[in-house]
Design a protein around this ligand. Structure first.
Ligand SMILES: Cc1ncc(COP(=O)(O)O)c(C=O)c1O
Ligand SMILES: N[C@@H](CCCC[NH3+])C(=O)O
Length: 423
């Protein structure tokens, strides 16, 4: 079976390599902790999305990279070259997407608490659509437009009432959520929008959560979207676009068996064929499933400890570069590069002043020596972007590898950067 935890080019034959480059060599050259991204895996995942929709969806579609997962210019540029747009959730993300030269019509802006300033920025930049989350946002858009001679395209985010089996902090489609409007309220909002001449209603937006393995949740979502589509059609309101959001899961451990991107495209397309046909532009917004597998993080082992109750191995990073284990109890796979040959069970701890800063609990592997390397896998999504500088920890560098070549795409912060903005 294909190992979905490792990046496509990862090899552990004579040396440990990614993108044809020796991983210990990268550690020597750039220092640790180090985020390493495999370009081939990024491209493979992007092409999977594009080709799968092309195969099954018989009308226009657009894949928007949810840049919150990895807001790095070079990554966004790579995806743009394969025809992907960007989904942004703040003015800052919009700025990054524009700086990566994503055409503004390929940028969609969602979020439940957009400020007037962010709305004005999005309107001035002529984004592809603002995804309206609530009535107050609609009023803010009207206010901004009242000062300008311009129009804005919008989608309206609905709450589809679908519970998914993922961590409670990353579910978004259930009845009780801060994102979107119940369908009845969304319909009222859409009727209001339709009376505005400068707010152009384009369609419906939805998103059910993140790290989802169950394709049937997307099939249910497609049914819900079809019902809303029909309801609006019956009121003579045309729905040109519908978004199924992002959320497809990835494998963090060998036990994880996420569905293929192609399964998502086939099942969703089939459902729409049964219900309303492919009469609208279909949008999807993956983040994690585009970038998660492409990333690994390289650490150095700093110290070891053998307590009666447990053994600990501590590394030179931790919750600052990967907050997911402490925040969600997320599990990761790892590998230690060592000359040691003693198999042990131990916890891998970060260096931060929190007892909860444990990257992997009860890891089973070779007992290392200080100075050895540790690799954690599937760190491409929501690691760099959720970096925290707790304990005044400079942000690690990001290096991109491809065909035996490596280059820095985000510089490592230094101590002076930590003083940035401080007076
Ligand atoms: C509206 C929306 N779309 C897309 C995404 C991307 O999600 P994921 O990284 O799980 O694919 C998110 C984050 O969950 C989101 O909030
Ligand atoms: N930050 C979350 C995903 C959030 C999705 C954003 N809507 C994670 O690391 O799993």
């Amino acid at each position: 079976m294909e190992n979905k935890v490792y990046p496509i080019t990862f090899k552990k034959d004579e040396d440990y390599k990614i993108g044809g480059v020796s991983i210990p060599y990268l550690g020597e050259k750039y220092g640790t902790p180090l985020y390493i991204l495999d370009k081939e895996t990024l491209i493979f995942q992007a092409q999977k999305y594009i080709n799968s929709w092309k195969k099954y969806y018989k009308n226009k579609y657009k894949v928007l990279f949810a840049i919150k997962a990895l807001p790095i210019l070079e990554v966004i540029r790579i995806f743009k070259n394969y025809g992907l747009g960007a989904l942004v959730s703040t003015g800052g993300e919009l700025y990054i997407a524009l700086s990566a030269n994503v055409p503004s019509e390929d940028i969609y802006f969602h979020g439940n608490a957009k400020t007037l300033k962010e709305i004005e920025y999005a309107i001035d930049q002529k984004v592809g659509a603002i995804i309206i989350d609530n009535f107050d946002e609609y009023e803010k858009i009207k206010y901004v437009l009242s000062k300008k001679d311009t129009k804005v395209k919008v989608l309206v985010r609905i709450i589809p009432n679908i519970e998914v089996n993922t961590h409670k902090s990353i579910r978004t489609g259930q009845t009780d959520t801060k994102f979107g409007l119940p369908i009845e309220q969304a319909l009222v909002l859409i009727e209001k929008i339709n009376t505005e001449k400068n707010i152009i209603f384009k369609g419906i937006h939805s998103h059910i959560g993140s790290q989802i393995f169950d394709i049937s949740a997307y099939v249910k979502l497609s049914e819900v979207l079809s019902e809303v589509y029909k309801e609006l059609n019956s009121k003579n309101i045309t729905v040109e676009e519908m978004s199924i959001g992002g959320g497809l899961g990835v494998a963090y451990t060998k036990e994880d068996n996420p569905p293929d991107i192609e399964d998502l495209a086939r099942e969703v397309s089939n459902k729409f064929s049964e219900t309303i046909g492919h009469n609208f532009k279909l949008i999807c917004e993956p983040g994690r499933s585009l970038v998660g597998r492409a990333g690994i993080t390289l650490y150095r082992i700093e110290s070891r400890k053998e307590l009666g109750i447990r053994k600990y191995v501590s590394v030179d990073g931790g919750m600052s570069d990967n907050i997911r284990p402490s925040l969600y109890g997320a599990k990761y796979s790892a590998l230690i590069i060592t000359k040691g040959d003693r198999e042990e069970i131990f916890s891998i701890a970060g260096k931060h002043c929190e007892s909860g800063d444990i990257l992997i609990k009860d890891f089973s592997g070779l007992w290392p020596n200080p100075g050895d390397y540790l690799i954690t896998f599937t760190t491409g999504a929501y690691n760099f972007s959720m970096y925290t500088w707790y304990n005044a920890t400079p942000r690690p560098a990001v290096v991109l590898v491809e065909n035996g070549k490596d280059r820095i795409i985000v510089k490592r912060e230094n101590y002076e950067d930590l003083l940035g903005g401080q007076i």
